[in-house]
Structures are given as structure tokens and as C-alpha cells.
Write a protein that binds this ligand. Structure first.
Ligand code: UGA
Length: 449
């Protein structure tokens, strides 16, 4: 475009955008981040992150302009005009949540980002979509960009899905295991090669493809991961019925390196802002394309997953003698996964909520997710420490696998619990450690000792 070092913008500063912006500054680019929420922008401009993500605040502080000792390469704004004037490459990182009461995903944030940016694009620009979208969106958005950009503008679209995991966002963004770009011109490809020259030089595979394939790679990857988890959870159901041990089974099949050990941990299943809504949106889109039969198995993946939550509630009810009414249940974990404060579609909170609705007195403890959990579920009780949560409990449920829970003082907890019963919903605690301290330990898909 200009022959000068590229200037980048990042539109939408949630998990994806905030991490991408900081990572691009780390790679040496000048970056301008935009969000429609002024409060978020104010925080980021002070080097503060509006969520818990390990390492992200440090990375931001190294680059945000105005912070002592920072590179000054990263700034934030709420002005679309400023963004359009500044950037050679614009990354669109806004979220695409599930539509209320429907399987399809809500494209309104993406659509509005394009509508607000395009009319200001007076200089040559590459707009790069990173949000997870239904296949076919990129083609539609390219058309929209042509319609909305000022006459004679030179604005082009590329699609570059993101595969970062919460809790590992910084690492996954700086050292991705692949970069996928959907392009329709050599210029777009070469600009993206320039943006990603550092990871590519370090050996990251760079896959160049068309729009629909780039969009599909993202949803296919998440569908595969969800399927892997539901597969092992289906094996947990069968193991329970047959008296087998799903953890041993997973270990044994994982030695076949075509299968592998990762994502084979049975438990209360997957949650979060991505996997559940992505498989649903994928089914909805396949239906629109007349290919719904190809994805009917994902309906099963979804229902196996949702069944895990009710199964955990049943196990809890059975453990306390057939009724949860008035029973005190300590819940360890509220977030959908450890190293995150995210409680979106959290299996842990869902189980806690179901038990509450059946009359159980639930007390929740989570290392980082308490604030968000209280907002979603203000009617539950919350304790400041695991010990306080377990005090007087008839049953303890381990529902999010924080490291802290593997290192608990099981003897001290035994002293304060009313009944020494624990159910491990994540299969990550050491049964022997708990049993030695006098606990009855039960796990999902494993025999009860
Ligand atoms: C997921 C994908 O892993 C990322 O590659 C993708 O980029 C991201 O969605 C996205 O689309 O943005 P994330 O939602 O951060 O990342 O979390 P995962 O690490 O995939 O975990 C998802 C859920 O599966 C968690 O609730 C976790 O507890 C559960 N899980 C994971 C299991 O129940 N068993 C396992 O063996 C692994």
C-alpha cells in the first residue's frame, strides 16, 4: 500500500481484539484499537484489561502509549474516522454471540462494524475479518464493503480466523499453531504475509485459501474439538453403566497417536462463549445451505454435552440421599474453564443453578470468576475461600479444574465439612489424596472405589 511499515487497527477489544492488538504491537507494528464501549477504551488506555487473562496486562503495559517505559506503539480510540485514517490493515474482532432463542449466530456487531468503518475508508485499506462467522459471510461483507466505501476507494476484504484459547490467549496469539487466510487477491495475501512475517519465519504454517474455506476451517476445528469431548463423555456414560473407568480408557486410547491424549477429559462437558454456540450456528448454517444432514451428528454432540450437567445434578442428589432440598452443597469452580474469569455458558454455574432450583443451599467459590458469577447468579451464596465454601457442607462438587483445587488441604476441609463427600466433575483431583483424608470420592465415568 504505502511502502512504509504497516499500520494496523483492531476493531472490537474483547478477548480476541485486546490480545490481538497487544500482540501486533509486540511484533513491532503501530496499532490503534477501537471499541464502541468508551469505558473499555478508557481502561485499556491505562493498560488495564477488562477481564482476567494471564499475561495480557503485562503485554499491554509494554506497549500502551503514555505508560512509563512502554514502546508507545499501541493506542485506543472510539472514533471510526480516526481508525480509517490511520490504518493500512483493519482487523475486525467483534463478537458473534448466539441469537436469543435460536441456533444461528448474531451478526449484528460484525455488520455494524462494517457499516461504521467503510464510509470513512478514503485511503487504500485491507479489512480483515477475524470473528467466527457462518460460512458465506465474507462474500456478503466484501460486497457490502464495495457498496459502502466512498467512490474510488481502494478497500478490500480478507478472512483470517482466530484459534486462540482463553487462558492461553497471549501465547496462542504470539505463537499460533497455524495462520489461515482467505483472500481474493495477491495483494491481500502479501499484506497478510507481512503482518505475520515473524511467526511465519519461526515456522508457523501459513495456509492460503478462499473465503468459504477460511470461514469453515474455524467452525470445523471447533466442531471437531466439541465432538472429541462429547465422544469421551459418551464413553463415560457407557463406562458407568458397565463398571469401567473412562479415565483409564482415555489414557489407553490416547496412546494411539492418531487419537492423542488431548481433549479426552471426561466430566461435566464443554461450555464457554465459543464451542457450544459455534456448533449450533454451524448446524443452522448447514441447514440454510441444504446440507443439514451432514451435521446432524452435532445435535448429538450437543445433547451428550448438556446431559453431563443434568447427570452431575443427579449424582449430587443421589449422594445426599435422594433429595437436594435443604442440603448444603459446596461448589468449587464457577468459570467455564480455569485461568479465565469467563462464566458464559459455564457448566459449573449451570449445575450450581440447577441444584439451587431443586432447593439445595449452594455456596460457590472460584479463584477469579466470583464477580461475573454473582452478576449472572446473584441468588447463590458465595464464599471467600474454599474452606468457607466447604464449612458445614453435606457434599462438595469440583466443577472447574483450577490448579488451586488440586492443591487443597483435604484434611483441613475434612475438619469443617458436615459430610466428607466429594464428586469430581472434571476428573483432575487425585482420588487417593481425598480418600486418605477420610473423604468419599466419586468421579464421573469411574467406579466408586
Ligand atoms: C475454544 C477452542 O479451543 C479454541 O481453539 C477457539 O479459538 C476458541 O474456542 C474460540 O472459538 O474462540 P475456549 O473456548 O477458550 O477455546 O476453551 P477450550 O480450551 O476449548 O475449552 C472449552 C470447554 O471444553 C471448557 O469448558 C473445558 O472445560 C472443556 N473441556 C476441554 C473438557 O470438558 N474436556 C477436555 O478434555 C477439554
Amino acid at each position: 500500500l504505502s511502502g512504509m511499515p504497516l499500520k494496523l487497527t483492531v476493531i472490537g477489544t474483547g478477548y480476541l481484539g485486546a490480545t490481538h492488538a497487544a500482540a501486533m504491537a509486540e511484533l513491532g507494528f503501530e496499532v490503534l484499537g477501537l471499541d464502541i464501549e468508551p469505558s473499555k477504551i478508557e481502561m485499556l488506555a491505562r493498560g488495564r484489561v477488562p477481564m482476567y487473562e494471564p499475561g495480557l496486562e503485562d503485554l499491554l503495559a509494554r506497549h500502551v502509549a503514555g505508560i512509563d517505559g512502554s514502546s508507545g506503539r499501541l493506542r485506543f480510540t472510539t472514533s471510526w474516522e480516526e481508525v480509517a485514517e490511520f490504518g493500512d490493515v483493519h482487523f475486525v474482532c467483534v463478537n458473534t454471540p448466539q441469537k436469543h432463542g435460536e441456533y444461528a449466530c448474531d451478526m449484528s456487531f460484525v455488520d455494524s462494524a462494517f457499516s461504521l468503518l467503510a464510509p470513512h475508508l478514503r485511503r487504500p485499506a485491507l479489512v480483515v475479518g477475524k470473528s467466527t462467522v457462518p460460512v458465506g459471510s465474507a462474500a456478503r461483507l466484501a460486497e457490502r464493503l464495495r457498496e459502502l466505501a466512498p467512490a474510488g476507494a481502494d478497500a478490500e476484504l480478507a478472512w483470517n480466523p482466530e484459534f486462540l484459547r482463553e487462558g492461553f490467549a497471549v501465547q496462542d496469539t504470539l505463537h499460533p499453531d497455524r495462520i489461515v487466510v482467505g483472500v481474493t487477491s495477491e495483494r491481500a495475501e502479501s499484506l497478510l504475509r507481512e503482518v505475520y512475517s515473524v511467526p511465519v519465519a519461526e515456522g508457523t504454517p501459513f495456509v492460503v485459501t478462499d473465503f468459504p474455506t477460511a470461514e469453515l476451517v474455524k467452525t470445523a476445528a471447533n466442531a471437531f474439538l466439541a465432538t472429541k469431548i462429547s465422544f469421551i463423555n459418551a464413553m463415560a456414560e457407557v463406562s458407568e453403566a458397565a463398571g469401567g473407568d473412562v479415565a483409564k480408557l482415555a489414557e489407553a486410547i490416547g496412546h494411539d497417536d492418531r487419537i492423542g491424549h488431548k481433549f479426552l477429559r471426561a466430566g461435566i462437558g464443554f461450555g464457554g462463549g465459543c464451542l457450544p454456540k459455534d456448533i449450533r450456528a454451524f448446524m443452522a448454517r448447514a441447514g440454510e445451505l441444504g446440507a443439514d444432514q451432514a451435521l446432524t451428528f452435532l445435535r448429538e454432540v450437543d445433547s451428550i454435552n448438556m446431559r453431563r450437567r443434568t447427570h452431575m445434578v443427579e449424582m449430587a442428589r443421589e449422594a445426599v440421599g435422594g433429595s437436594l432440598l435443604g442440603r448444603r452443597i459446596a461448589v468449587l469452580g464457577a468459570t467455564f474453564k480455569p485461568d479465565s474469569d469467563d462464566v458464559r455458558d459455564s457448566p459449573a454455574l449451570n449445575v450450581a443453578g440447577q441444584i439451587h432450583l431443586q432447593g439445595g443451599q449452594v455456596t460457590v467459590y472460584d479463584p477469579k470468576g466470583m464477580e461475573n458469577a454473582k452478576r449472572v447468579f446473584p441468588t447463590l451464596r458465595y464464599a471467600a475461600t474454599p474452606l468457607d465454601a466447604v464449612r458445614g457442607a453435606d457434599l462438595v462438587l469440583h466443577l472447574t479444574e483450577w490448579r488451586e483445587f488440586r492443591e487443597l488441604d483435604t484434611a483441613a476441609l475434612a475438619d469443617v465439612a458436615r459430610h466428607r463427600r466429594i464428586i469430581d466433575g472434571r476428573n483432575t483431583l487425585d482420588p487417593e489424596v481425598w480418600r486418605k483424608a477420610g473423604w468419599t470420592y466419586r468421579a464421573m465415568g469411574r467406579p466408586s472405589a
